[in-house]
Design a protein around this ligand. Sequence first.
Ligand SMILES: Cc1cc2nc3c(=O)[nH]c(=O)nc-3n(C[C@H](O)[C@H](O)[C@H](O)COP(=O)(O)O)c2cc1C
Length: 177
Amino acid sequence: MEQIKMRRSIRKYLDKPVEDEKIIQLLESARLAPSGSNTQPWHFIIVKSELIKQKLAKVAHDQKWMISAPLFIVCVADISSIMENDQIILDEHSPQGEVKRMIRDTAIATEHILLEATHLGLGTCWVAWFTQEEIRPILHIPLNKFVVGIVTIGYAAEMPTARPRKSLEEIIHYENW
Ligand SMILES: Cc1cc2nc3c(=O)[nH]c(=O)nc-3n(C[C@H](O)[C@H](O)[C@H](O)COP(=O)(O)O)c2cc1C
């Protein structure tokens, strides 16, 4: 609960790199995430290059604040195991149920990174405001993969107050809907 309560989306970072051992620990937290039938469909691209960060921020609707983060982890769902044809176009409009499961599982692993980062004293923000079409070429991601999110990571240069959440009464149902 401590990390869950402390975590905030951070959009301003100190000019201080993230230590390699912390990066490995973040990836380890993702590796241990649960997934349907233990398929573990996730891959992670570590990005520190200023040029690539700039390109990613650009396709994420030019969210310039992203560039202040020294590290991005791009979280990618690998759906190749269920794709018969490598050329099938997979994007935000794809209806395939299996694809949704792979994306769900990779999202769980991504949230592990967010919480572990909080535990390590790091700030993060999950960014998903981009299209597959625009982000894939920047990182040479094949068509049978789906980018679930870019996680910006670094030491926070801001301490936002908690954003509001719905009350338990608004979201809980007992025994049925
Ligand atoms: C899937 C997902 C996508 C998001 N995409 C963006 C984004 O593109 N840009 C951004 O500034 N924040 C993004 N956020 C952060 C949300 O705005 C933030 O989590 C929400 O407002 C609650 O605030 P908190 O994280 O500080 O509790 C995203 C969060 C999630 C979970």
